[in-house]
Design a protein around this ligand. Structure first.
Ligand code: PHE
Ligand code: ZN
Length: 881
């Protein structure tokens, strides 16, 4: 179906279901090609629905067998069935049961939605609407049911049989080679949280007792032979469970908590009740096959999925427009967990980097949408940085605005009041309005309005009056379907930095909320601070208190002062980024004069030299962030139009080289001082030291390629961990030549049997900013390590290429054509992965005219391809609209 024909689903059209399903009894007999499903649904009319309405169950690609009502066969005339729907025309207006038999072929399910096989393991993915690929159902999150699931399979093929809830029975099937297990989940849940797993898997287990005294068995299941790589996931699980008890008062609620790693998975992981299923990339870790970044992601994603047990599962979403109710909130919770486990300021910096390159870019282009979209054609296209990351920023602002105590009280109220329900953003916000006594009506606009606001700030010091006046004004640019914008509520954390540090803030302005917080909820506000004895430097948006662009015209010298003197570490980092960004934006414009960079580069190098000598060893993780320049995509977005990616890249390289050259001696000295850290440990402190060493290696590789080559080669040879080896490879990808090609070969040989490590190898090559990369990527598609059928491989090689600013945006358009062709090919087997890849075109409108026309042609070629999935055609149409 083309999207022009696909219905637009609107929030305002929401109606409760006419029918409810209280109980679901599933009997599933697993077989690679002929899985039999018998579903016994306990139905009743919904008192809130239309009396007398027919029963219309959703289906997708289903083969129907028998249908019975209250145990008796249904007349042919009483119902009609297509592969998409099963309609009972005149169902009894009382409770009744419906038995539905379907047959599935999991082995040919390449969409990885519903029941499929991933390297011989049976598994399911039901969010958002995959359950209807298993049986006909009311596949909507406000229909919540108690599930009992009997699974049966050949013992040899699937010795492990798992579903949601607690195991209630298991045994052999007499006279056969099959066995069974029965699982019961007492917590009513929507169908999207259903899951099953069957296969030969190794298990790592641990006992856990919740704060309220409930004994739980924790288990992580992995491919046979990989149990040695499950320890970090288990460790993370235990820690995040304790954290949720301590910080949010949330206890776990079943006898078992299972995590299963599979190698074919469309997303990161899935929070199915009591049975989280993971992309194995976010479970498996040991020092030889996972980087520090992997360890951190595993910890964060294990926590994210676990936290969904309360924010997502116990309280779910009324409809898919409320997706941010569970996702934004759960991202906020996992960010807070990681901040407490690691360095809060470094975590914040890393999160803001991601927010800017992913969400700000989305918000600035044709795919922009509000945190709560109002309409969609394909819900799977709304699992976006806006719903997740901006959704988390909105929660963070809420907490800043109402304060820590009212935030916690509001969360408690939410858990108490909405437990067991399918809730809305309105119900969520009502809890915080009540706990804080504040009207959150205006704040709610964050959920409705797309686009990244800009704050324009100007400051004036009045020496005679000893006052400092700050003028703040906000605007939000137009986005698709929203030409006019209203002001939003912006918490602006700030300080005024004087010679001896922060100046005490005194003002009579009612925009000032105290504690260094201005609330900008009007188009503009002017706040005058008194008793300011010296001209201060404003430090605005401390901790990145709101997801906005800030325009504040400070001299480089003032920014460099903030870098050395601000009490807020986030703004120390930001100050240096701001200096670099400003220089890159002016030197990166099409046809700009690159020589203008050298003055800034000199100032930056000077500041960094002092910083590296005096402070880097005290907080290496922070220092690593300081050394890293802003991302190319951020510069492109700041330039905003007529973007020439080659010019941006050239400016970026030239700035790095000019900063790096005078720093080489101190970089070498500091690398020496840091040492290799001895035996690998994944903790944040050790990881921070490696991050700094490797960030410096990258800078040396650019500033002094011969030295860089030598260091990278010896680091690769001597190191015992993947973090340092991959960093060596990444540094070498910056230096064309035979040494690079040799290291690439050596890396491939070393990790020939490690698909997840080779993914990084594929990506490192896909990111090389050279004209030969497209050919390299094409030939890597023939490498045995690559497969179009595996989402991780596709994301690494093709997704990596599409994220390569200069090569995806080649001036001849070949990058666009290549990605577009793959999108079209992939759409036939896996529409979700194809449409995510097509999302790489999200910034095409800001390009210079030549590239822009070529990108548009490629998008148009996708759009006019016959028989596209709804996923891909929706993105193509919105990108072109
Ligand atoms: N709900 C999952 C998560 O955030 C993401 C997901 C969505 C996974 C859709 C699979 C399919 O945690
Ligand atoms: Zn989530």
């Amino acid at each position: 179906m083309r999207t022009d024909d696909a219905p637009l689903i609107r929030l305002e059209d929401y109606r409760p279901s006419d029918w409810l399903i209280d109980t679901v009894d599933l009997d599933i007999s697993l077989h690679p090609h002929q899985t039999q499903v018998r579903a016994l649904l306990g139905l009743r009319p919904n008192p809130a629905g239309q009396p007398g309405a027919p029963l219309v169950l959703d289906g997708d690609d289903l083969t129907l067998g028998r249908v019975q009502l209250d145990g008796a066969a249904l007349d042919d005339a009483a119902y009609s069935a297509t592969s998409q729907a099963l309609t009972v025309h005149a169902p009894p207006q009382r409770g009744f049961t419906l038995t539905i038999e379907t047959t599935l072929d999991p082995a040919v399910n390449t969409k990885l939605m519903g029941l499929y096989r991933s390297s011989k393991v049976y598994c399911t993915q039901c969010e958002a609407d995959g359950f209807r690929r298993i049986t006909y159902f009311l596949d909507r999150p406000d229909v919540m049911s108690v599930y009992t699931v009997r699974l049966e399979a050949a013992k040899a093929e699937a010795p492990v049989l798992l579903s949601n809830g607690n195991l209630v029975a298991a045994g052999e099937v007499a006279g056969s080679d099959r066995h069974f297990a029965v699982w019961h989940d007492p917590h009513p849940k929507p169908a999207y949280l259903f899951a099953l797993v069957g296969g030969a898997l190794d298990k790592v287990r641990e006992d856990y007792v919740t704060a309220d005294g409930h004994k739980v068995e924790l288990a992580v299941y992995v491919e046979p032979g990989k149990a040695g790589r499950a320890g970090w996931a288990m460790d993370s699980l235990r820690r995040c469970m304790r954290w949720d008890e301590a910080v949010f008062g949330r206890n776990y609620d079943l006898d078992v908590f299972n995590v299963v790693a599979v190698s074919d998975f469309n997303m990161g992981a899935m929070e199915n009740k009591g049975l989280n299923i993971f992309n194995d990339k976010y479970v498996l870790a040991d020092p030889q096959t996972a980087t520090d970044g992997d360890y951190a992601s595993i910890e964060a994603i294990i926590a994210h999925e676990y936290f969904h047990n309360w924010t997502g599962n116990r309280i779910t979403c009324r409809d898919w427009f409320q997706l941010c109710l569970k996702e934004g909130l759960t991202v906020f919770r996992d960010q807070e967990f990681s901040s407490d486990e690691r360095s809060r300021s470094v975590k914040r910096i890393a999160d803001v980097r991601t927010l800017r390159t992913t969400q700000f870019s989305e918000d600035a282009g044709p795919l922009a949408h509000p945190v709560r979209p109002r309409a969609y054609k394909e819900i799977n296209n709304f699992y976006t940085p806006t719903v997740y990351e901006k959704g988390a920023e909105v929660i963070r602002m809420l907490k800043t605005l109402i304060g820590e105590d009212a935030f916690r009280a509001g969360m408690d109220l939410y858990f108490e009041r909405c437990d067991g329900t399918a809730a809305t953003i309105e119900e969520f916000l009502a809890c915080f309005a009540e706990s804080s006594g504040k009207d959150l009506g205006h704040f709610a606009r964050w959920y409705e309005q797309a686009g990244t606001p800009t704050i324009v700030a100007t400051g004036r010091y009045d020496a005679a009056a000893r006052s400092y006046t700050l003028d703040l004004a906000q605007t939000t640019p137009p986005t698709p379907g929203q030409p006019e914008k209203q002001p939003v509520v912006l918490p602006v954390s700030l300080g005024l930095v004087g010679k001896a540090g922060d100046i005490p803030l005194k003002t009579g302005s009612n925009a000032y909320a105290g504690d260094g917080l201005i609330v900008l909820d009007q188009p503009s506000v002017s706040v005058t601070f008194t008793d300011v004895m010296e001209p201060p430097i404003p430090s605005l948006l401390r901790g990145f208190s709101a997801p906005v662009r800030l325009e504040l015209d400070l001299a480089d010298a003032d920014l460099l002062r903030l870098f050395s003197a601000d009490s807020d570490s986030f703004n120390r980092w930001q100050a240096l980024q701001s200096v670099a960004t400003r220089a890159l934006v002016s030197a990166g414009r099409k046809g700009a004069d690159q020589r203008a960079l050298s003055a800034t580069a000199g100032a930056l190098a000077g500041a960094l030299d002092d910083f590296l000598r005096e402070q880097a060893l005290a907080d290496p993780a922070f220092a690593a962030q300081v050394l890293r320049l802003p991302a190319l995509a951020d510069i492109a977005r700041e330039i905003g139009g007529d973007v020439d990616p080659s010019a941006i890249h050239a400016a970026h390289r030239s700035l790095a080289a000019t900063i790096g050259t005078p720093l080489v001696p101190v970089l070498l000295e500091l690398r020496e001082a840091l040492g290799t850290g001895g035996h690998y440990k994944p903790d944040a402190t050790s990881a921070g030291r490696r991050a700094l060493r490797n960030e410096m290696l990258g800078l040396i590789a650019i500033a002094d390629p011969a030295r860089g080559t030598q260091l990278a080669e010896s680091q690769f040879a001597e190191s015992d961990n993947l973090t340092d080896r991959l960093a060596a490879l990444a540094a070498m990808t910056l230096i064309p030549g035979a040494a690079r090609e040799q290291l690439i070969e050596r890396f491939a040989k070393t990790y020939a049997d490690e698909p997840l490590v080779l993914d990084k190898w594929l990506m490192a090559q896909a990111l090389i900013a050279e004209a030969g990369t497209l050919e390299r990527v094409k030939s890597l598609m023939q490498h045995p390590a690559f497969s179009l059928g595996n989402p991780n491989r596709v994301r690494s090689l093709i997704g990596g290429f599409a994220a390569n600013l200069t090569q995806f945006n080649r001036p001849d358009g070949a990058g666009y054509g290549f990605v577009a062709d793959i999108v079209i090919a992939l759409d036939r087997s896996n529409p979700q992965v194809a449409s995510r890849l097509l999302g790489s075109f999200k910034s095409w409108r800001m390009l210079e005219p030549g590239r822009k026309a070529l990108a548009e042609q490629a998008l148009a070629m996708v759009a006019r391809t016959p028989n596209l999935s709804r996923d891909v055609s929706d993105i193509a149409e919105r990108a072109l609209a």
